[in-house]
Structures are given as C-alpha cells and as structure tokens.
Design a protein around this ligand. Structure first.
Ligand code: AGP
Length: 368
C-alpha cells in the first residue's frame, strides 16, 4: 500500500500522532520564520482592504474549522464572516455581492455539497478561495485561489490531521488579512506568528497526555450521552469533539456553547452525564468556570481540558482535569484538538468499533 499504518493500530491513531509534523509543514508554507511574517504562497487577485464580507462554507469537521476561522477573521481582520454548512448554503439563495470573498474548506476537495456551493458563489461573482488537502481535486481545480493544507493523505474516515492543518491555514490567512487591512501592527503580527510557530511543539506535548486520556476513555465508554462545552473558539471545538465521538464510538454526544447551558441542556445533567469542558485560560475562562459550577451542583461529571488547573479546581470538586501545556489562548483550538481527538479515539477502541471505517460513513461524500 502507498500509505501504511506504520506501528499504529489504526490510521486514525497514526494521523493524530502525525499532527506536530504535518501542522509544522503547513506552517512552513504560510509563515516566513526569518521575517516573522505570514507570507501566503499565492498572489491574491484582490486586496483584503476592499473585501466587505466573507462567507465560509464546508461540511462536517471542515465546517468546524471554518467556524473557528470565523472567530479569527473577525478578531484579527475585523471582517464580518457568514458561516454555513454547504448543504444549506447551496440552497438558501444567499445574496453574495460581486467581489465578496467566499471561502470553502475541504479535505478531499470532492464533497458534493461544498463543490455545488463553490459553483454557486462563482456564479454570483464572488472571489473563491479554497482550503483543500488534495491539490488535484475538483474543488481545487475550480477555485480561483487554492490554499493547500499539507496534511498528506488522510485515510481514517474521522478527520484529524486535515482539521488541524485547516486551522493552521485559516489562522495564517486571518493574520495576513489583519495586516493587509491595517488592523494588526508589525508587533501584533510578530506576536501572533510567535504563537503559530510554537504550535507543533505544543501539540507534541499534548500527545504525551495520551495514557491519562486512555484511562478516561474507559469511563466515558460506559456513558450513553456526552455533552461537550466551550466558549469562543472552544465552542466550535466542542462541536468537533461531539462529532468525533459520535462518528467513531457511536455514543451520542452534543456540543454546546457553554453560555447556552442554562437555556436548555442543563436539564440533561445528572450523575450519568459526563460533560467535557474545553477551557483554555482566556478572556472567557471565568465564565466557563461558572458554567462548570452549575454542572457540578447537579452531580454532572466533568472532564476539563485546561492550562489553568488550579483556577478551576479551587472552586469545583468532582473534576477530572486534563492538564494542557501553557500557551497563549489565540490559537488554543489547534492544540486542544489533540486531546479531543484522542478521547474519541480511545473511547471507540474500548467500544470495539471499526475506528477507521465507522459504519454508514464514507471518507468523502461525493453524492448529495
Ligand atoms: C469528519 O470526521 C467527517 N468524516 C466529515 O464530517 C468530513 O469532515 C466531511 O464529510 C467533509 O469532508 P471534506 O473535508 O472532504 O469536504
């Protein structure tokens, strides 16, 4: 075979472990380490200053990468971003203006709905930019601009390394846009680039937590439902965590914005409902802590992923903490994706499912 599992039991495990390397390759393509500037490998046919609106469209895991990219584009470049899943975008008759920027994200570059959405945006006169892993794919060929992820072939049906590489590209793009629009100074850019350069090393560190996650997975595998919570960029990562767990372990999971807990899902909380909380130490950390207190008060079991263990454990008992490496919060989801993926992976292994080929799923959905 062209690609083998090396010493891993599943492609998914291999692909999770490859991430520091392939995210590093992707980084090297978009960031000039010497000048500490983001340098896109293609010349854009527009000036970011002239862009009024961005739309991001994708399916599944790629759409969660897009959701995180939206936070970055809005924060660093002050660009308003609309986000859709492709199956909705292609039919909702979204009014795009000529010269708007439409971004599409796809590992395979062959997803039928994403391709149809791309063709729709093109017909509306929008600039089309695709973040794809397969450079010879249909989506790559039909896009005005292609930003390639350098993840290498992804074999496991559950997307892992393609996701983190998509995030690396979107983070770089958002920094480039912020610069071009005058929203980021040289110093801001240098600081953000420092943050990006650290990521492969932080991902390697995050991988060393695997034995602890393996133990937790044994517990998680006994549950019927799991809730994932996060705020800010951790919210789309919570959605991704829930998707990952569902698709390979067949355990029902939901991702929610932590602030939405009170608006419904808190009714589900009891001692049988594990809650995975993704909470890097950022501006909204304290808010998430108060959501955890609400969960703990109702007997919910919390698995917390954070780099601020002390701050959380001071106020909450009955907490299992997955201690993440210390890092700035800007790009935390790229690193926190690692424990999120490992938790789903090991739970599926305990359940004895076909991890690389989960039932009912195809690697690339080329029909509607
Ligand atoms: C991810 O784990 C899924 N199997 C799925 O959601 C996937 O991300 C989606 O089908 C999009 O695929 P693409 O990136 O190849 O377009």
């Amino acid at each position: 075979a062209l690609v083998d599992k090396a010493n891993y039991r599943h492609f998914m495990a291999k692909e999770i472990h490859e991430q520091p390397e392939v995210v590093g390759h992707t980084l090297a393509r978009y960031v000039d380490m010497a000048t500490e500037r983001v340098t896109l490998p293609v010349k854009l046919p527009f000036d970011f200053k002239d862009i009024q609106r961005v739309s991001i469209t994708a399916c599944g895991t790629a759409s969660y990468a897009g959701f995180i990219g939206r936070y970055w584009l809005e924060r660093f470049a002050r660009l308003p971003v609309e986000l859709d899943v492709a199956s909705e975008f292609r039919y909702r008759e979204a009014p795009l203006r000529k010269g708007d920027l439409a971004i599409f994200i796809s590992q395979s570059g062959e997803t039928a709905d994403t391709l149809a959405a791309l063709r729709y945006a093109k017909a509306q006169g929008a600039h089309t930019l695709s973040v794809v892993n397969v450079p010879t794919s249909t989506i790559a060929r039909e896009s005005e601009i292609v930003l390639q992820t350098v993840a290498g072939p992804e074999i496991g049906v559950a997307s892992t390394k393609a996701f983190t590489c998509q995030l690396m590209v979107l983070a770089s793009l958002a920094v480039a846009a912020g610069r071009a629009r005058g929203e980021l100074s040289d110093a801001d850019e240098a600081k953000l680039v420092h943050g990006l350069v650290e990521i492969p090393r932080l991902m390697s560190e995050a991988l060393t937590i695997e034995p602890q996650i393996e133990k937790l997975a044994r517990e998680l595998s006994k549950s019927r439902d799991v809730l994932y919570l996060g705020r800010g960029t951790s919210y789309p990562l919570a959605l991704e965590g829930a998707l990952k767990l569902k698709e390979i372990s067949y355990i029902h999971a939901e991702g929610y914005a932590a602030g939405e807990l009170k608006h419904g899902p808190i009714a589900l909380i009891d001692e049988h409902m594990p809650v995975v909380v993704i909470a890097p130490y950022d501006k909204v950390f304290e808010k998430t802590v108060s959501n955890m207190q609400e969960v703990a008060a109702r007997g919910g079991k919390i698995i917390l992923m954070t780099d601020a263990k002390g701050a959380a454990e001071a106020t909450i008992q009955s907490l299992v903490t997955i201690v993440m490496p210390d890092m700035g919060a800007a790009f935390a989801p790229i690193v926190y994706a690692v424990p999120v993926q490992l938790l789903a992976y090991h739970t599926a292994v305990v359940m004895g499912t076909d991890v690389d080929q989960p039932r009912n799923l195809a690697k690339s959905v080329t029909v509607e």
